[in-house]
Design a binder for this molecule. Structure first.
Ligand SMILES: *Cc1c(COP(=O)(O)O)cnc(C)c1O
Length: 384
């Protein structure tokens, strides 16, 4: 990381960025006040379009993504909604990966579809066959790889090539890989979304999202929509993410290594049916991951031999270190459960089993393996 400091005056400079809190931006002439909107998309006119602290974070994230522009939002979900809402209108056709982040699908089904958007899902492991789904009114394709919870890999370059041929925009949720593992903008994606809540923040103590792009027109549209919808972010949270980014690469390397060690161990356990993790040789997404991604995330899923409610209770009850909760990417290992019915109800199911999802933290993987060993023993005893 390059060395930098933040001067406030000749007598003061610090290694940490300033936190600028402001709703009101003041002007030195009535002319510049009247023309304040012309300062968008990057300048300052009112707190709703951001303060210098938000800009610092936006520049940092744009740099990581290999992009020119970025807008930060109050959460990853707000970033997903913003990326879609800024461009998709009633009458448009919207394609979404069937394994997208759940709340994006809920937003599409419960809001966009009722506003006249034709919402359609495609299989999460798709490649060039995406062409068969594109219609004359297709406005945008929403991608995510690997899929949330089920971890299917899509062929991103094949999808963006097909989209470009037909003039369709693409948006990708890149939270799992982060720009250290994959840079969507360099593979033809128009809008790259990150839930900074996860890896960027890294400490399970804030919500924040980002949309990055290289297209200035798109960026202007994003900034205007952000302001209209009131999606500005607290400068304190921007500061915390800036601080998180200082250790991001170290955390990412270590957590990804830990995830691989834990997943490889799980794969050898008799009670484990299948590990869903594209970084593991033999996984159905491994070849594409290996070809396109520079590194893997810290998050993977697995299924157990038998769906038995009592046995799952015993499994989770035996855990002493891994915390049970939603979200991931923080320094503490985290585990989550997705019941079988949820998998069977999917449009393109990957499995009909319940799924357990694990996020590796910074703990020694031996400690997590010990925890899982006890949990699997309890599971085996309870299923009889
Ligand atoms: C968590 C997550 C989001 C949403 O982020 P929030 O900040 O929690 O709203 C979006 N996409 C993926 C892949 C996520 O894991």
């Amino acid at each position: 990381m390059t060395k930098k400091y933040y001067p406030a005056s000749e007598a003061f400079a610090a290694l940490s960025p300033p936190v600028w809190r402001a709703s009101t931006v003041v002007f030195d002439s009535v002319e510049s006040f009247i023309n304040r909107k012309s300062r968008q998309p990057d300048g300052y006119s009112y707190g709703i379009t951001g303060t210098p602290t938000a800009r610092l974070l936006e520049q940092e994230i744009a740099g990581l993504e290999g992009g020119r522009h970025c807008a930060v939002t109050p959460s990853g979900q707000a970033a997903l909604c913003l990326a879609v809402m800024a461009f998709v209108r009633g009458g448009d056709h919207l394609l979404i990966s069937a394994a997208s982040y759940g709340a994006l699908k809920t937003y599409a089904d419960k809001w966009l579809a009722r506003l006249g958007v034709e919402v359609e899902y495609y299989p999460a492991d798709i490649s060039g066959e995406i062409t068969d789904y594109i219609r004359p009114n297709t406005k945008m394709i929403c991608l995510e790889a690997p899929g949330t919870v089920t971890m299917e890999m899509a062929d991103i370059p094949a999808i963006t090539a097909a989209a470009a041929r037909q003039g369709v925009m693409t948006m990708m949720d890149n939270t799992w890989a982060s720009p250290l593992g994959f840079r969507p903008l360099e593979h033809g994606v128009d809008l790259c979304v990150e839930a900074a809540t996860k890896f960027f923040g890294g400490h399970s103590d804030l919500l924040l999202g980002a949309v990055a792009t290289n297209n200035f027109e798109y960026f202007s549209q994003l900034r205007e929509t952000q302001s209209i919808m009131g999606l500005q972010t607290s400068p304190d949270d921007c500061f915390l993410v800036l601080r998180g980014l200082e250790t991001f690469e170290l955390r990412y390397r270590r957590q990804s290594e830990n995830a691989l060690a834990i997943a490889s161990w799980l794969q050898k356990q008799s009670a484990v049916r299948e590990v869903l993790f594209p970084c593991l040789p033999g996984d159905q997404g491994y070849e594409i991951w290996k070809r396109d991604f520079a590194a893997g995330g810290c998050l993977f899923s697995f299924t157990l031999q038998q769906d038995n409610e009592q046995a799952y209770s015993a499994f989770f009850g035996a855990l002493e270190h891994l915390a049970l909760g939603a979200s991931w990417g923080g320094v503490h290992g985290l585990i989550a459960f997705y019941p079988a019915q949820m998998q069977r109800d999917r449009i393109f199911p990957r499995t009909d089993r319940a799924i357990i999802r694990l996020s590796a933290g910074l703990e020694d993987p031996a400690l997590i393996i010990q925890d899982l060993q006890a949990a699997l023993r309890a599971y085996d005893e309870a299923r009889g």
